[in-house]
Write a protein that binds this ligand. Structure first.
Ligand SMILES: NC(=O)c1ccc[n+]([C@@H]2O[C@H](COP(=O)([O-])OP(=O)(O)OC[C@H]3O[C@@H](n4cnc5c(N)ncnc54)[C@H](OP(=O)(O)O)[C@@H]3O)[C@@H](O)[C@H]2O)c1
Length: 349
């Protein structure tokens, strides 16, 4: 069966509001040497899609500058970092036998070859992504999950949310029997943090809000506190032993408020700034307790390989909150920013 020559794709033409999102018919990209062409079965949305579209990342020295997460990006850009699908064709030097395999794409562009390389680019930002019927990716970023019990939607939910969560948990060195605090716990990354931390044997104290609290508890949190009330007081009551590792995608005031809750040698891992990027805290609460604040961007190749093992074993079950057709990308992003959902929003081209 041949591959079509054109495809539907959703791309952004500039930084801006939903009006910069356009549905276009574009040529199917040709896989280059060492690359594969993936027919997209499902693409999950992330907060980074919205921030990239808005240009909300700022630049060093200019926090208000319109920018992608690593600096300026090229337009038009097809968004979408989270892809599951099937290999439709391969480029020069790639085994033809891969055609038809069910895969998840590691969306990271790394700064080197090694297993602990850092992500410095992202599919859907520095290269075209999966808001489309087809996407290309380097062969070494493709993970065969043909045998996984997870659905295509669930597989698409994994790369950014679960990759970021696993990266945070690994960088924070969370161990069995320790107590973890998870912020933004009903979101894509937050729910992944709850599930993975719980599966690791940690006691999980989650922060969420309103009607989403029950769903967070169902996902595996031992205790859920309401961010609408005194967070520190509630966490102290839920975890009188103190927090070993905070897994935080909210930052803002939570950092200053939360640092004194850490035990000796505790780790505060930050991977997002939904509550504000300007953070003030009393450094005495840091150095007097040998605590660490750790920044965490996505995952390394080692983290991603661990995640794909979990996917093949069905060791985690991502929650899919809603699915949309590709044509409704703007609506899907709007739904994401409304934050009434629990889990991942997915589009099916
Ligand atoms: N560093 C990285 O590599 C990386 C990767 C992925 C995402 N991120 C970042 O991590 C953050 C979360 O991403 P996501 O995709 O999980 O987002 P999401 O699915 O939209 O979920 C975020 C959750 O955070 C809570 N929240 C929202 N606004 C808040 C506020 N002002 N104060 C406190 N809590 C708030 C809400 O949960 P409740 O109502 O239950 O509290 C919401 O459901 C974003 O900042 C994103 O850019 C970073």
């Amino acid at each position: 069966m041949g591959v079509a020559t054109t495809m539907r794709a959703v791309r952004i033409t500039a930084h801006g509001g939903p009006e910069v999102i356009e549905l276009a018919t574009v040529p199917v990209p040709a896989p280059g040497a060492g690359e594969v062409l993936v027919e997209v079965a499902a693409v999950a949305l992330n907060n980074t899609d919205v921030w990239t579209r808005q240009g909300a990342y700022g630049l060093p020295g200019d926090p208000e500058a319109l920018s992608g997460w690593r600096g300026p990006i090229g337009f038009p850009r097809i968004q979408g970092a989270d892809v599951s699908g099937r290999i439709a064709a391969v480029g020069a030097g790639v085994d033809e036998g891969l055609v038809g395999r069910r895969v998840v794409v590691d969306p990271a562009v790394y700064d080197g070859e090694g297993p602990d390389a850092n992500p410095v680019g992202l599919m859907g930002s520095e290269r075209d992504g999966g808001y489309a019927e087809y996407v290309t990716a380097p062969e070494e970023r493709i993970h065969d999950v043909t045998e996984s019990p997870l659905t295509d939607d669930q597989l698409a939910a994994l790369p950014i949310a679960y990759g970021t969560a696993l990266g945070m948990i690994e960088r924070g060195r969370l161990r069995e029997g320790e107590t973890a605090l998870v912020s933004g716990a009903s979101g894509g990354v937050g729910l992944a943090l709850v599930q993975i931390a719980r599966a690791r044997g940690a006691k999980v104290v989650a922060i969420s809000s309103g009607p989403k609290i029950d769903a967070v508890r169902e996902a595996g949190a031992h205790e859920v506190v309401d961010r609408g009330r005194d967070i520190a007081g509630q966490v102290r009551a839920a975890a009188p032993e103190g927090i070993d590792v905070a897994l935080d995608v909210v930052a803002g005031e939570l950092v200053g408020e939360g640092l004194p809750l850490l035990r000796e040698g505790g780790r505060w891992v930050i991977a997002g700034a939904l509550g504000g990027y300007g953070v003030a805290f009393d450094v005495r609460r840091l150095y007097l307790h040998n605590a660490q604040v750790i920044g965490s961007a996505m995952h390394t190749p080692t983290h991603f390989a661990l995640l794909m093992d979990l996917a093949r074993q069905g060791g985690i079950r991502p929650v899919v909150a809603a699915t949309f057709p590709l044509e409704q990308a703007a609506r899907a992003q709007e739904e994401l920013t409304r934050r009434d959902h629990v889990g991942k929003i997915v589009m099916c081209p």
